[in-house]
Design a protein around this ligand. Structure first.
Ligand SMILES: Cc1ncc(COP(=O)(O)O)c(C=O)c1O
Length: 357
């Protein structure tokens, strides 16, 4: 597909230089239409047996699509509402105790830190190591390593050495899924939590959690209902699904599922290799342009997002927005962050540079 044709599927790009997929990706027109179609049917026909069957079918199609992106079997994928939920399912579900330790890094997002804080309140110790060296800091009490696959501040990937460590590994894939190639077997992670609304361009309230059968079997499941029970009509005797469905969030609407699925299909039709490759190339180009314009790019920034220094990030972000350039500032650091996707083009990058002057 010609790039212009691919790009034309994202209406927000008609008016804005949208560089914010690390927060929420650009919604494809087909995804918005798919949601609208589901709602139209629901409004006209009501919501009875066929409606619930439709939700089930859409859920399985979305699970298969996420599995394709992660390089695993659909039975290993749970449908969640966001990355943070997937991370909480793992960290809380492990039920670690006082004296046991979770190792994490110094570049983590509140989405992971929240679940770690909850574990800490239960007496678990949480130790912080430098992101790129985290694999060298495993200690005798470490029961879990929980860190980003891709840093939300710099776009850097976690160290390859993590794959060699013999402690369960839970990766926060919020900035990984859809942004860079993901293969959970190569990463040798036990859990991978990702977002549907960021680099996968789906609606808010979608996400996925990959777990190995071994880890999944260790996780307490505290919420049960139609969404994750194998035989819900068995009342108090109802059992959980054995596979990834046991960790599914309890309700996702047909319109949410249809929207997420249509967004995935938009990217799949383009092909993951092109989606990842073009984003990476454009992001490298942006780094060069910023440096040439005298802006300091945060050291090590790589991949599909980068941060650069700003004298007043909040004010500059607001001023860029007035010029139709959408990106974010990083709280607590003097940085602006640009997320560059395959849907962007050189014109978007130039608009950012022009607006920065
Ligand atoms: C690294 C990282 N982890 C977690 C999150 C939270 O994601 P979600 O809203 O899907 O829970 C984000 C969101 O920006 C993130 O960048």
């Amino acid at each position: 597909m010609e790039h212009a044709e691919f790009r034309s599927q994202f209406p927000v790009l008609d008016s804005l230089a949208y560089l914010n997929a690390g927060t929420d990706g650009p919604l494809p027109r087909a995804a918005a239409q798919a949601a609208q179609q589901e709602l139209d049917v629901e409004a006209r026909k009501g919501r009875a047996k066929e409606h619930f069957e439709r939700r089930g079918e859409l859920g399985e199609a979305l699970r298969a699509s996420y599995a394709g992106m992660l390089g695993c079997d659909p039975s290993e994928v749970s449908l969640t509402t966001c990355t943070s939920e997937g991370l909480a399912i793992v960290i809380d579900g492990l039920g670690l105790r006082a004296g046991e330790e979770i190792l994490t890094s110094d570049e983590e997002h509140p989405g992971l830190l929240g679940a770690l804080a909850a574990a800490q309140q239960a007496g678990v110790s949480v130790r912080i190591a430098p992101f790129l060296e985290i694999h060298e800091h495993v200690g005798p009490d470490t029961r879990l390593i929980a860190c980003s696959h891709v840093s939300w501040m710099t776009g850097r990937e976690c160290p390859a050495g993590l794959a060699e460590v013999d402690v369960p590994l839970a990766l926060d894939g919020a900035q990984g899924a859809g942004a860079v190639p993901v293969n959970v077997s190569h990463l040798r992670c036990d859990a991978y939590a990702g977002a549907g609304q960021k680099w996968l361009c789906g609606p808010d309230g979608t996400g996925m959690l990959y777990t190995t059968p071994e880890l999944r079997g260790r996780l307490a499941v505290k919420r049960r209902g139609y969404g994750n029970l194998a035989d819900p009509d068995q009342g108090l005797h109802a059992r959980l699904h054995e596979d990834g469905r046991r960790l599914d969030t309890l309700a996702l609407s047909a319109e949410t599922l249809a929207c997420a699925l249509a967004a995935m299909q938009t990217l799949e039709r383009e092909g993951w290799a092109r989606v990842h490759g073009r984003a990476r190339d454009l992001c490298s180009e942006l780094a060069l342009m910023l440096v040439a314009a005298g802006r300091q790019v945060v050291a090590g920034s790589a991949g599909t997002l980068l941060s650069f220094e700003s004298p007043d990030p909040e004010a500059e972000r607001a001023s860029l927005a007035e010029h139709g350039v959408v990106l974010r500032d990083i709280p607590g650091r003097p940085w602006l962050r640009a997320s560059v996707g395959a849907w962007n083009d050189e014109h978007d990058l130039q608009r950012l540079l022009d607006a920065l002057r």
